[in-house]
Design a protein around this ligand. Structure first.
Ligand code: MN
Length: 231
């Protein structure tokens, strides 16, 4: 098939211990998956169903980058999260089998134009411009699931210019990684390459030009991100 023009290749993440990279397919994200974060956003934590939203692959930014302060916002927030990388197909998978389709784990930052998200949310409108924009899905290299083990009570932290802003552990997830995969596989045929941002703990806040962010989770490669001036 002849194309009128070529699009950029899909982004691909480094997988520690492998020469091959992990190509990114879809990016699913869950909102309000830590009770203290739900409360800081003005909501009571709930267990009705996970709050899903998506980002496109055009939003991927690799750890180590310096990005321009994002356009169209004056209140862009960091959200440090555990990211799950799917390595096998899954549709209506059983809870007990859910972790078997995970290829690896990584640290991510769900950059959020909070002003745009809140404006949309308050009107009952979609969050897309608040969540899905260039450089909004920041991703560190992945660690194979066999190396990391299962998500348990690993510590998750984010520092901003050396100051600790987020500090929690993965046992505080309202929906566990297994539950997220099982739930999502009721809505989609999960495929190798899909990523799941599992939600952020409390302590989200604004970024500013000159910031240096470091996201970390025990057992995974750190994520670093520097914020430059707006374009
Ligand atoms: Mn998030």
């Amino acid at each position: 098939m002849k194309l009128l023009f070529d699009l950029p290749l899909r982004p691909a993440l480094e997988m520690l211990g492998s020469e091959a990279r992990f190509p990114v397919g879809r990016i699913f994200c869950v909102g309000q998956n830590y009770a203290a974060h739900a409360r800081e956003m003005g909501f009571e934590p709930q267990r009705d169903a996970p709050i899903w939203f998506t980002k496109s692959t055009a939003a991927v930014c690799h750890s180590g980058a310096t990005i321009a302060y994002p356009p169209g916002t004056s209140n862009c927030h960091y959200e440090c999260e555990l990211v799950v990388a799917i390595g096998a197909p899954a549709f209506r998978i059983d809870l007990a089998e859910a972790l078997s389709v995970v290829a690896g784990y990584g640290v991510g930052i769900d950059l959020t134009r909070r002003d745009l998200q809140n404006k949309a949310r308050d009107k009952g409108l979609p969050w897309d411009t608040g969540k899905d924009f260039e450089n909004a899905a920041v991703l560190a290299p992945l660690t194979p699931a066999a190396t990391f083990g299962n998500p348990g009570s690993q510590r998750i932290r984010l520092t901003q210019n050396g100051e600790v802003r987020q500090d929690a552990d993965l046992s505080q997830l309202i929906w566990s990684v297994s539950e997220l995969i099982a739930e999502l596989s009721r809505l989609y045929h999960l495929m190798p390459g899909d990523l799941i941002f599992t939600g952020t703990p409390a302590g989200v806040g604004p970024i500013a030009p000159g910031d240096r962010l470091v996201g970390s989770i025990d057992g995974l490669a750190d994520l670093t991100l520097a914020i430059g001036e707006p374009e």
